[in-house]
Design a protein around this ligand. Structure first.
Ligand code: ARG
Length: 466
């Protein structure tokens, strides 16, 4: 058991207590960020004359050696250390001797862990954003391909009005676009460096916090040392954004599962993304979509967990905050995994445009347009609605569709119907006449695609600047 704080104690820590308290099993995940933070810290200490240049160089060489050895597998992170901070410091002292004992000058594990977690989360925000962008790219190219793939749009899971697949996919494009924007927003707000806040009240050493922040790519230092060590808002915001991403993915998965069902057959999920049954030879199940839908719960769980952990903590650092890690890491990994798999599944999925179009043609998806046709002939909309309602009932009784009726039959219900009705309520007209902003008509969708591409170019350019 290697601890940094043995001096004040006369007895060994109880073994169970040691393990209950230790965090090395999970905080080893940010060994790299811990070392990066320490390198910036000693660079600043030397600039301020708190360490000599030799001490700085020897510490940095030692830290880089530890990093290289951990990455190559030569140095194993073991449970004999309480946490990753102790592991790095103990190994440093072992490697370079007394200079290593100066690493922790003007620093506490409280500001250190606040920094590590922030550095780790900041990278996760970027990686998640990258995966979202890949998904958006796939969506845009599918939208371009399916501008005239007609399908029914639903409300209450009942056929409502015809749309195109491009339009349906475009709805998800908007959702994931907002997710990207949310991440960018979080990144900007969180990008302030807590290092130098000390345990809670800063330090008496003349630290240059602005310099440390700059070295680590932050916009500046955090402004209140108590808040610096106890703030996990950024993590809560990120988990909320991750939960929203999962909610979007889950809705999409739910639709794909429905579309892939024997009853719908709108899509066929690629064999590479499906699984079979141990007993029923005919089965090809959409397990990946189901798992993504299912994993949404654990991401929400991580958000609930940290909100609950934080709600009762008095200022400043309390050990409760160590609980910010395990479930957050799990949520971050889960979302990245789900995004990558989902994108692959979508990219390889086959859409059956014939089945979709057929489905759009029955179920009276053109009833609204038939009512609008009568409005065009001077009938007030409410009356037109009622006439078409009767017409639908008539069709249901005869097991047919509005556009299959003869003009005589139509006229027997309303004399204002003319030959031009057929064209007015064709699938193509129903979709293509919808040209208001955001509607499925091809011209409007082309504009939406252009704007989507501009968005992707813009965020790509922004990323290059970072
Ligand atoms: N393992 C701790 C955590 O994750 C590091 C900070 C320890 N600070 C302390 N005062 N005990 O929060």
């Amino acid at each position: 058991m290697a601890q940094l704080w043995g001096g004040r104690f006369t007895k060994e820590t109880d073994k169970l207590v040691y393990h209950f308290n230790a965090s090395i099993s999970f905080d080893q995940k940010f060994y790299r960020q811990d070392i990066e933070g320490s390198i910036a810290h000693v660079t600043m200490l030397a600039k301020q004359g708190i360490l000599t240049e030799q001490e700085r160089d020897s510490i940095i060489a030692g830290l880089k050696g530890i990093l290289a050895d951990v990455e190559s597998g030569r140095l194993e992170i073991t449970e004999e250390y309480e946490d990753i901070h102790s592991f790095v410091e103990a190994n440093l002292i072992e490697r370079i001797g007394d200079a290593g004992k100066k690493l922790h000058t003007g620093r506490s594990r409280n500001d250190q862990v606040a920094l590590d977690m922030k550095l780790y989360t900041r990278e996760e925000v970027q990686e998640t954003e990258k995966l979202l962008e890949e998904l958006l790219e796939v969506l845009i190219s599918m939208m371009e391909e399916h501008l005239d793939t007609y399908m029914p749009g639903f409300t209450h899971l009942q056929k409502a009005q015809p749309i195109t697949l491009a339009h349906h996919l475009g709805a998800y494009f908007e959702m994931f676009k907002r997710d990207v924007l949310r991440l960018e927003d979080i990144y900007e707000r969180m990008n302030y460096c807590p290092l130098g806040a000390g345990a809670l009240a800063g330090t008496t050493y003349p630290l240059d916090r602005e310099y440390t922040a700059e070295l680590l790519g932050f916009a500046g230092p955090t402004l209140n040392s108590m808040d610096s060590v106890s703030d996990r808002d950024y993590l809560i915001e990120f988990l909320a954004a991750l939960s929203t991403i999962m909610m979007h993915l889950s809705r999409f998965c739910e639709e794909i599962i429905i579309w892939n069902s024997n009853e719908y057959r709108f899509v066929e999920i690629d064999d590479a993304y499906s699984t079979g049954s141990s007993i029923m030879p005919q089965k090809k199940n959409p397990d990946i979509a189901e798992l993504v839908r299912g994993k949404t719960g654990r991401v929400y769980g991580a958000l609930m967990s940290i909100l609950t952990t934080m709600k009762g903590i008095p200022l400043a650092y309390n050990k409760d905050m160590q609980e910010d890690k395990e479930l957050s890491f799990d949520a971050m990994d889960t979302v990245k995994g789900c995004l990558a798999l989902f994108t692959g599944m979508l990219r390889t999925m086959k859409f059956r445009s014939d089945v979709m179009a057929r489905s759009a043609m029955n179920g009276f998806t053109n009833a609204t347009d038939a009512a609008d046709y009568l409005v065009g002939k001077g009938v007030p909309f409410r009356d037109a609605h009622s006439i078409i309602g009767r017409l639908v009932l008539y069709c249901i009784d005869k097991n047919t569709s509005i556009d299959s009726l003869s003009l005589e039959e139509l006229k027997s219900i309303c004399p204002m119907f003319e030959e031009d009705l057929y064209d007015a309520i064709s699938l193509k007209t129903c979709v293509e006449k919808r040209l208001t902003i955001g509607a499925p008509g091809q011209e409007m969708m082309k504009r939406a695609i252009r704007e989507g591409k501009d968005f992707l170019e813009h965020i790509n350019a922004e990323r290059k600047k970072i």
